[in-house]
Design a binder for this molecule. Structure first.
Ligand code: C2E
Ligand code: MG
Ligand code: MG
Ligand code: MG
Length: 277
């Protein structure tokens, strides 16, 4: 009577292995915050109009005691599935604002916020507390959300977005153009910025279709009074093209990789002249 199950037994070891790995990651993640294993890197966003660094995006790093650095693309989904992203995200918000308090007042900080965290009822309080605790002007904080935040219903999200904006906090739409993009979000809410996904930026200088899409996004954003940041700019050809198309700012390895908090000061001291030449 066990014949049918025997067929599946062949696959079990690898399934078990994947499940075990995942469970291990989950358990390790549960103690990571208390154990002080998280840190933030900061990647500059270079303002092409002002020709200087306009802000930094906070990027979460997990230093696993045995596995070393684990990329956010691996652990953020686990943190989202388990709900841990809410406490982790709260830590990120506080640390990012605290770091920004040491920077010149024209330099903003951008913080990635997961849909679950954003839709959590305590999110607004988290933002208010981080601002109060760090004493930075709300205008210096930019919350980055992706379109997936709208998946489970738009109303509550749009209402919170308006509340954030009334507080003076800026809102950016991250990874624009990926997934199930819909222009209706741009109509429902006045974002301050659209971040053009790296997948378009990659071939903006080599593929006329990608160039046309980037141009369309930049023009659309300008017409809607929104700024644009091109993500993942890696070479001079891309930069020249983006500049020509009127993109407001760029972010990518060409200007700088994400750096530690300590290196931010160095970048702010010397980094501003780098792109002018
Ligand atoms: P994202 O918000 O779109 O962040 C940009 C990602 O692109 C970062 O990867 C950054 O290091 C990388 N990047 C920047 N410039 C270049 C470039 O020129 N070339 C290449 N190849 N990559 C570039 P990272 O730090 O691994 O983060 C990946 C994603 O993880 C982020 O994408 C964001 O969705 C998520 N994430 C990171 N930190 C947090 C956080 O604190 N909270 C939440 N909810 N998500 C986060
Ligand atoms: Mg982002
Ligand atoms: Mg992005
Ligand atoms: Mg991205």
């Amino acid at each position: 009577k066990q014949d049918g199950r025997g067929i599946f037994r062949f696959f079990e070891p690898s399934l078990d292995e994947a499940a075990r790995r995942r469970r291990r990651l989950e358990l390790d993640l549960r103690i990571a915050l208390k154990a002080g294993q998280f840190s933030l890197d900061f990647q500059p966003i270079y303002d092409l109009k002002a020709e200087r660094i306009g802000g930094f995006e906070a990027l979460l790093r997990w230093h696993h005691p045995e596995r070393g650095l684990i990329p956010p693309t691996e652990f953020i989904p686990v943190a989202e599935d388990t709900g841990m992203i809410i406490t982790i995200g709260e830590w990120v918000m506080r640390e990012a604002c605290r770091a920004a308090a040491d920077w010149p007042p024209h330099v903003r900080v951008a913080v990635n916020v997961s849909p679950l965290q954003f839709r959590n009822s305590g999110f607004k309080t988290v933002v208010l507390q981080a601002l109060a605790y760090s004493n930075i002007a709300p205008q210096r904080l930019e919350v980055e959300i992706t379109e997936s935040v709208f998946l489970d219903g738009e109303d509550i999200v749009v209402s919170l977005l308006h509340q954030l904006r009334e507080m003076g906090v800026r809102v950016a739409l991250d990874d624009f153009g990926t997934g199930y993009s819909s222009l209706s979000y741009l109509r429902s809410f006045p974002f301050d910025k659209i971040k053009i996904d790296k997948s378009f930026v990659d071939s903006v200088a080599s593929d006329p279709s990608a160039a046309a899409i980037v141009r369309a996004i930049v023009d659309l954003a300008a017409a809607l009074n929104m700024e644009t940041t091109a993500e993942g700019v890696e070479d001079e050809d891309q930069l020249a093209r983006l500049r020509g198309q009127g993109c407001s700012s760029i972010q990518g390895f060409l200007f700088s990789r994400p750096v530690s908090c300590d290196q931010v000061a160095t970048l702010l001291g010397t980094g501003n002249e780098r792109m002018v030449a």
